[in-house]
Ligand binder design. Sequence first.
Ligand SMILES: [Zn+2]
Ligand SMILES: [Zn+2]
Length: 330
Amino acid sequence: MKALVYTGTHQLQYRDEPEPAVAKNEALVEIEAVGICGSDMHAYHGYDARRVPPLILGHEAVGLVQNGARKGKRVVLNPLISCGKCNYCLSGKSNLCLQRELIGMRRAGAFAQYINIPEQNLLEIPQDMDPVTASLTEPAATSLHVVYQAEKLLHRPLNECRVVVLGGGSIGVFAALILKHKGCRDIYLGDTNSLRRDAVEKLDFGTIYNPLDNNQPESGSFDLVIDAVGSGRTRAASCQLVKAGGVISHVGLQDNEAGLDTRRITLDEIIFLGNYTYSVPDLQATIDLLYCGALGSFDWVETRLLADGASAFHDIHEGKAASPKLVLIL
Ligand SMILES: [Zn+2]
Ligand SMILES: [Zn+2]
């Protein structure tokens, strides 16, 4: 089969690879479309010790089942493989399973013609669902999870809250689109890349700003700050922008530098909420949201062929890819 293989820092090769061997209780899925995630970029930059080359990356995938009880069905992959037996798994928090494992990390991912994956990680989708739309399920479910978790902690209903999202990648953009869908009317999004700001501006969900210029949103004015970057600088900005008693959702994983103002967090009773991935119900709810059009159309998503994946990674790295999401199709 053909696959896009990460072979070393800033190196990807589109080449022939052996077809995956399928174990008992696993499905073989022929991939139709697979998105490039920030975490794939992190590996490409050589920053992720868990992703050791040579490795097939990619986990935001949709495809066609080739074997077993669901042969012929179109599915989105739940890329988070969990044990299914621990207290976390049994209470619907499989994202916290101590044995969780993401495809494209230690085991092969989906930048390939075929992937093997446990049958329990398949989520059926409507047979006529557009493959690019379906491939957005994984990042959009991460954003849905953020909004659900934050909503439980906010003191006012979402439609009365002022929200700022830091970072206009797909997690940030989906968070903003979901907030708008849920009635939130006061949404800001900051991104330092001007191409990205222009692209996000067209989605028309709120005020887009450049965190590096003088025209900043008012400090201490936001009920909810979603940090979809996760750097020392965005953590510092989050602590400045949030209201007393407000919530910071930290969902980005860019670095582990200092930035949190723990004094302000304490004195102003700010809630700092870490968010990681999603539950299976979050994924299912997201498929419904995307399919019914509640988040609008996805003409803003850029697509390229898997065969051209190396140049797609290069362009994102150079800051030349304007769209918040780039999906590789087969
Ligand atoms: Zn992802
Ligand atoms: Zn478990």
